[in-house]
Design a protein. Structure first.
Length: 384
């Protein structure tokens, strides 16, 4: 089927979905639709029926395949078939190498690689038994995309530094941070504890949810303080963590929620004593970098933040002024920071007030989109 689109946004990710990345995809595709009235979005099969922005067409890759690499290769071939019919495309914005390879085969498409993560770094954390030879082959694909694409967008200086180490031209890398909208005040949901901290997002190893569960052991003298975990995954992905909580004897301190819609999630965040971003000290967070949406959403909800003291976090938040930062991978230190906020309400208020002021000044989606909009306005002048 030929769509007649003049721009394409491609992602090897389900969209729309409950993942934090879906918020970023929504903002970028809305902007693309405003610049290119016939924008085509291609993605994995959606997880939710949330409508897309007006002007967007959507094609979903629906193949069911449990093997990650087989699914990635099949998706790439599927996208290649689509592009064979779309000769009028001017711009191709892609978020991964599996989308990038077929787009970069068409030199008439001005290519933008949005680098949020690299599979050579992320896959060993998700699949510990993946072979080194496979990783080396993936690196070759990454290098092809990084060097052949005409522009790169990434959400943090940490990622930019990593790409420069891989001999990517600094001039073609544009740092465009993540952000958040400011939600309206919402009522506290029925059934939540009187006092709780919240973790929300995905459950990959680098997120540090296991560290947070271990930290709860050090807070057992505060039985009124509960932990609410809002997972963006289906319940089955929480099973290892539920078993760990039982082993640690903290399962009665934890309440699980799954795949909440945005307003439901904001209700939980707004009434939390604090949110926690216990990112681990691993290559995914240190070498590659990230830009945690959970931090921006917490800032926008005026909720105090406890986060791991990592360069990607310090790019956003000032320690002891806008957040409490703890040593990554140290449950006792994480518990110490949580205890400080539990015991000192004035400190909580000061941190959340300062963090909210920063997001208003720098990180609303209006600010972020103005930067991205300028890139798109000059896209044909900026290419290398």
């Amino acid at each position: 089927m030929k769509t007649g689109s003049n721009a394409i946004f491609a992602t090897f990710d389900p969209y729309p979905s409950y993942k934090g990345s879906a918020i970023h995809i929504e903002k970028v595709t809305e902007l693309m639709a405003s610049k290119f009235p016939k924008t085509l979005v291609v993605s994995l099969k959606k997880h939710t029926d949330k409508p897309l922005a007006p002007g967007l067409q959507h094609l979903e890759f629906e193949m069911e395949e449990s093997n990650y690499l087989k699914r990635a290769q099949a998706y790439s071939a599927w996208l290649d078939d689509i592009l064979e019919k779309e000769h009028q495309l001017e711009v191709g914005h892609f978020r991964d190498v599996w989308s990038g390879i077929p787009i970069l085969k068409r030199p008439h498409i001005t290519s933008i690689f949005e680098v949020n993560g690299l599979p050579s770094i992320e896959l060993p954390s998700r699949y510990p038994y993946i072979g080194e030879s496979t990783i080396e082959k993936i690196k070759v694909l990454e290098d092809e995309c990084l060097h052949k694409c005409q522009l790169i967008i990434c959400p943090s200086e940490t990622i930019k530094k990593h790409l420069i180490k891989r001999k990517v031209l600094a001039e073609k890398i544009h740092v465009v941070s993540n952000g958040a909208d400011i939600p309206a005040p919402l009522n506290k949901p029925v059934g939540l504890p009187d006092e709780y901290l919240v973790y929300f997002g995905a459950l990959q190893p680098w997120q540090g949810v296991d560290v947070l569960l271990k930290a709860m052991q050090y807070l057992q003298d505060k039985p009124e303080l509960k932990l609410v975990i809002c997972s963006s995954h289906k319940p089955k992905f929480a099973r290892p963590f539920i078993k760990l909580a039982e082993k640690l004897s903290v399962n009665d301190q934890i309440l699980w929620k799954y795949q909440l819609h945005k307003d439901e999630l904001h209700e939980v965040i707004q009434h939390a004593m604090c949110t926690v971003a216990p990112l681990t000290e691993c290559s995914r967070n240190l070498e590659q970098g990230c830009s945690p949406l959970k931090i921006f959403e917490s800032m926008a909800c005026k909720t105090p933040i406890v986060a791991s003291d990592l360069p990607v976090v310090r790019e956003i938040l000032a320690a002891d002024k806008e957040a409490k930062l703890c040593r990554p991978g140290r449950p006792a230190d994480l518990a110490r920071c949580i205890r400080l906020l539990a015991d000192y309400p004035d400190l909580r208020n000061e941190l959340s007030k300062n963090a909210f002021a920063k997001i208003i000044s720098n990180y609303t989606w209006d600010h972020i989109n103005s930067t991205l909009s300028a890139i798109y306005d000059n896209i044909f002048k900026l290419v290398f």
